[in-house]
Design a protein around this ligand. Structure first.
Ligand SMILES: Nc1nc2c(ncn2[C@@H]2O[C@H](COP(=O)(O)OP(=O)(O)O)[C@@H](O)[C@H]2O)c(=O)[nH]1
Ligand SMILES: [Mg+2]
Length: 220
C-alpha cells in the first residue's frame, strides 16, 4: 500500500517563470521585436517551418532564432546556415524550454538589430504548455501523421495557443487522417484560435502563415 504526503516547497516555480517571461516580453517589445514560440511534437515540422519562413521573409525582416533541444545543435545549425543570429539551447532532461533559459538566449542575440525572433521549443505537446517564454504569439504545429485524434487528446496546449497549424496534409490520405477533423477539434477547444492547414512540402497554406507572421509584427 502506497502512502502519499504533500510537501510544500514554498516556491512558486511557474510564477517565477511567468515573471521572467514578462520581463523578456517587455524587453523584446521595447526593441520592436515580435517573438513566436513554435511548439509541437517531435517531427511535426517546427524546424522546416522556421527555415522556410527565413527563406521567405529573411530579405525583408531581420530574423533571429532560438533552437531548443534536449541535446546537440542540429536544429540550430539548420537556422545558422541562412546566416541569421541563432542561439542553441539544450535542456538536458527537461521536455520544454523555460523563461530563464530563453532570457539567457536573448541576452546573446543582437536585439538592436532584429525584427522577429522564432523560438523552436523542445518537441512535446504537454510540457511546454505552462511555460511562457516571453513570446508574443504561441503557435502549435501538429502533423496529420500523429493521428487525427492528436488535437482532442492534448486540449491544454491548444487552449493557450494563438495559432494551430495542421501540417503534412499532403500525406493525409496515406495515413488515413482527416485534417478537417483536427481543425474542428482545435476550434472546439479554443474558439478564438486561428487554424491553418498546411503542407510544407507542397507549399499549401504557407502564405497564410506568412500573413499571420507579418500581421503580428510591430510597425517600424
Ligand atoms: N510530407 C511532408 N513532410 C514534411 C512536412 N513538413 C515537414 N516534413 C518532414 O518531416 C520531418 C520532420 O521535420 P522537422 O522540421 O525536422 O520537424 P521538428 O522535429 O518538428 O522540427 C522532416 O523529414 C521534414 O522534411 C510536410 O508538410 N509534408
Ligand atoms: Mg526541430
Amino acid at each position: 500500500m502506497h502512502s502519499t504526503e504533500e510537501i510544500s516547497v514554498n516556491y512558486d516555480v511557474l510564477g517565477a517563470n511567468t515573471e521572467i517571461a514578462r520581463k523578456s516580453r517587455k524587453e523584446l517589445t521595447e526593441h520592436g521585436i515580435t517573438a513566436f514560440n513554435i511548439m509541437g511534437a517531435i517531427g511535426s515540422g517546427k524546424t522546416l517551418l522556421i527555415e522556410k519562413t527565413i527563406q521567405q521573409l529573411g530579405s525583408t525582416y531581420r530574423i533571429g532564432a532560438i533552437a531548443g533541444d534536449v541535446i546537440a545543435r542540429i536544429d540550430a545549425a539548420r537556422f545558422e546556415k541562412y546566416g541569421i543570429p541563432t542561439i542553441g539551447l539544450n535542456t538536458g532532461k527537461e521536455c520544454h524550454l523555460d523563461a530563464h533559459l530563453v532570457e539567457h538566449g536573448l541576452s546573446n542575440l543582437p536585439l538592436d538589430s532584429l525584427d522577429i525572433v522564432f523560438i523552436e521549443n523542445v518537441g512535446n505537446l504537454i510540457c511546454p504548455t505552462d511555460y511562457e517564454l516571453g513570446e508574443h504569439k504561441r503557435v502549435v504545429i501538429v502533423s496529420v501523421s500523429e493521428g487525427d485524434d492528436i488535437v482532442e487528446k492534448h486540449p491544454l496546449i491548444f487552449s493557450t495557443a494563438d495559432l494551430i497549424i495542421v501540417n503534412k496534409i499532403d500525406i493525409a490520405a496515406a495515413v488515413s487522417a482527416d485534417a478537417d477533423k483536427m481543425v474542428r477539434d482545435a476550434r472546439t477547444i479554443n474558439p478564438r484560435i486561428d487554424v491553418l492547414k498546411m503542407s510544407l512540402k507542397t507549399g499549401d497554406g504557407f502564405l497564410e502563415w506568412v500573413d499571420f507572421v507579418e500581421r503580428n509584427l510591430f510597425k517600424k
